[in-house]
Ligand binder design. Structure first.
Ligand code: AMP
Length: 226
């Protein structure tokens, strides 16, 4: 009797120790991009990076591990700080595709380190620091969001578009439903700000989102210039 009890206890302890080491610990990723014109149009404003005004294109915000219930892990590994030397080979392309717009002007490392430390450290079982940044770059290239919108006649020139039209154009062009987030400029106009897609928890494929964050966009939104 005692033997069976201790045997079951040993198996339970073994599973508790081993299973978390093999599971990713989250369900899917959001891959988030943002429109720089909308970031800069808020009351807070923006500062161009030290390398100069970024291209008029969507910028990467980050790849965020998420749970199916809508919550997410953050700051998972204080022992894994951002290390620029690990992504030295990607530095110039990161400056182009993942520009910082925060004030005061910076070289990008503060934004990248925030994203790595808050989100990236929670997917270390799947992506090393280098592959975290490389995966973001690959996803951006694969999705080619601005071109998809332009193909549908949706241009960043201050025009108001129907949110449904934008969503449909992206769904048709990319093949997956986006999550769209908005912000409001000082005149009270709602603008297209954040566009996110879901990625499976091995960071290999775009997927339909298991869950969408609540949208804060009205039925018509401005796509401002940058
Ligand atoms: P997160 O904590 O990953 O949700 O990111 C939110 C933070 O990222 C906020 O502090 C934003 O101000 C900041 N942020 C968003 N876009 C940019 C950007 N292009 N450059 C610098 N910081 C940014």
């Amino acid at each position: 009797m005692n033997f069976i009890y201790y045997y079951i206890l040993a198996v339970k302890l073994f599973l508790l120790a081993v299973v978390p080491a093999f599971s990713q610990g989250f369900d899917f990723f959001y891959f988030v991009q943002e429109w720089p014109g909308s970031y800069c149009d808020t009351k807070k404003g923006c500062c161009y990076p030290l390398t100069g005004k970024p291209n008029a294109n969507f910028g990467i915000h980050g790849l965020w591990p998420n749970y199916d219930d809508g919550s997410y892990p953050s700051n998972c590994d204080p022992d894994s700080p951002f290390d620029l030397s690990e992504v030295e080979d990607l530095r110039s392309i990161l400056q182009e595709e993942w520009p910082t717009l925060a004030c005061p002007s910076g070289d990008g490392t503060k934004f990248w380190s925030h994203e790595w430390e808050k989100h990236g450290t929670c997917s270390e079982s799947v992506l090393s620091q280098h592959s975290y940044f490389q995966t973001n770059l690959d996803l951006k290239e694969k999705i080619n969001l601005l071109q998809v919108l332009k193909n549908a006649g949706i241009e960043p020139n201050g025009t108001l578009y129907s949110l449904g039209y934008i969503k449909n154009a992206i769904e048709e062009g990319v093949g997956f439903t986006p999550a769209i987030g908005c912000n409001v400029d000082p005149a009270g106009t709602t603008q297209l700000y954040r566009i996110s897609f879901c990625v499976d928890n091995t960071a290999s494929n775009l997927i339909e989102c298991p869950r969408f964050p609540r949208s804060n966009c009205p039925s018509r939104v401005e796509f401002p210039s940058f």
